[in-house]
Design a protein around this ligand. Structure first.
Ligand code: XIL
Length: 459
């Protein structure tokens, strides 16, 4: 059956036949709520299981991957926080003095907001990915350029960023504990960090303000120097709320044995700690075990508020040769994924065996046909390791796109008209591992991005 939608959407309630449809939908909604309540202790995604432990689980996101449907579907299904990987860096936002370019970062923040994900801001003051004009400035000009950059950028997203990396990587590696040379350090001296944090607090008082660095994951000369700075800030009332530990690990730079203790000593200063750019090179069981160590450490420190991995899939990692992430290049879950999910208290494999009747389900999208003005999409809904009696998922289109028809499903719409919630058309029974499909036509109206799918909820 084909439902022709755009014109009839507003009047659907007035047709007796459709009232029956609404009755069925209501029953499914009620069943879904019961199933959710019944399986609350067996979350099946990283974000949901972290949320049950009072934390977020995020990923770095690249704006130019947001039209790849597997990328977006994995992002939407698994993560509840995002960090723009490059789009909020100084060279991206203010490539020439006073001329700001927010477009790519806005694509990420609107995507995140429309799905209820949190956003980490990364990063305001950093020696790298810094446009040449900044290094050419004298002391007075540099001071006002830094403060103007912080203020303009933070005000643009005021109230929408849960934590900002105000200053990134200001300390040297090695045994000196000294500050790293940068235009900011060299012209403004040690006080630049304090000034950046004070400016940031004034620009957006709702954001948590973090100092972020790498090779600070265990106790060493560099982390001791950062520790002394944070302690001094806390003693003198300089605004700082959190410390970010990048946590880029490999054989040369393994997870330190005192990782948890190090997080705890910073937390004891009265700041939150966050794992901000986690990736661990390797494969198989050893990689999985290292990930588990990191997650366990965060869970053991009550002020460790969340974990962000530095990318969705190995194929787009900044260190792709080291396959350091949780999903492989085909978006398959790796052993490391299962280890993280289990450490967070979740249930791998789509939630089978959790009792309460929820066997879990997954969804995937393909475009099946395209014309000059529209395309057809098809979603496959597959049951997990147990049989299910019903399912729900969402399909979100990008305005000005509009869904003009659907088949093999029973749709309902949010007020924006962009988010279609799809449920079975009649009987929603699927045996373990079995699948069904529904389809729809999208009028492109000039925009050809693929729709994004929400996660699948089984009942
Ligand atoms: C990296 C990005 O992942 C790359 O795409 C980019 O080419 C270089 O920067 N520390 C940080 C991150 O704070 O911003 C860096 O991200 C990785 C190291």
């Amino acid at each position: 059956m084909i439902n022709n939608l755009p014109r009839s959407r507003g009047s659907v309630r007035s047709h007796g036949r459709n009232l029956l449809v609404f009755g069925v939908v209501g029953a499914f909604v009620a069943a879904g709520l019961v199933a959710l309540a019944g399986t609350a202790s067996a979350a099946t995604t990283l974000g949901a299981s972290a949320a049950e432990r009072g934390r977020y689980f995020g990923t770095a996101v690249a704006a130019n991957r947001l039209n790849e449907s597997d990328y977006v579907n994995t992002l939407n299904a698994e993560f509840n926080s995002v960090t723009p990987e490059n789009e909020m860096k100084w060279d991206a936002l203010e490539p020439s003095q006073g001329s700001f370019n927010f477009g790519n970062a806005d694509r990420i923040t609107s995507h995140a907001q429309s799905r209820g994900m949190r956003i980490r801001g990364h990063t305001l003051v950093w020696h790298s990915q810094l446009p040449g004009w900044v290094s050419g400035l004298g002391t007075t000009q540099l001071r006002s350029a830094m403060n103007n950059h912080i203020t303009t950028v933070m005000r643009h997203w005021q109230g929408r960023i849960h934590s900002w990396d105000v200053v990134n990587e200001a300390f040297q590696d090695g045994g000196s504990g000294a500050r790293r040379s940068s235009p900011f350090q060299d012209r403004l001296g040690n006080g630049f960090i304090e000034e950046a944090f004070r400016t940031a607090r004034a620009a957006d008082p709702t954001a948590k303000l973090c100092y972020n660095d790498y090779n600070t994951d265990g106790a060493n000369a560099k982390s001791n120097a950062v520790f002394a700075m944070v302690q001094d800030f806390r003693n003198r009332g300089v605004p700082i709320d959190c410390v970010g530990f990048q946590s880029h690990f490999n054989a040369q730079s393994p997870v330190p044995s005192d990782y948890r203790q190090n997080l705890q000593r910073f937390a004891n200063l009265g700041v939150d700690v966050q794992i901000t750019e986690l990736d661990i090179e390797g494969s198989g069981t050893s990689q999985a075990n290292n990930y588990r160590t990191v997650v366990d450490a965060c869970l053991a420190v009550s002020r460790c508020t969340g974990i962000t991995v530095w990318g969705v899939t190995d194929k787009y990692s900044w260190r792709s040769g080291g396959t350091p992430l949780l999903f492989d290049g085909n978006y398959n879950k790796k052993a490391a994924y299962n280890s993280v999910l289990t450490a967070l208290g979740g249930t791998p494999g789509g939630g089978g065996g959790g009792g309460g009747g929820g066997g879990g389900c997954t969804v995937s999208y393909t475009e099946t046909q395209r014309w000059g003005d529209r395309f057809n999409g098809q979603v496959t809904v597959r049951a997990g390791s147990s049989a299910i009696n019903g399912w729900t998922t969402t399909v979100t289109v990008t305005p000005p796109q509009q869904v003009s028809a659907t088949w093999n499903g029973s749709p309902s719409w949010d007020t924006s008209g962009n988010v279609m919630t799809m449920r079975p058309n009649g009987n929603g029974n699927l045996a373990a591992g079995a699948s069904t499909t529904f389809g729809f036509t999208v009028m492109a109206n000039g925009t050809w991005s693929a729709p994004t799918l929400g996660s699948c909820t089984a009942s």
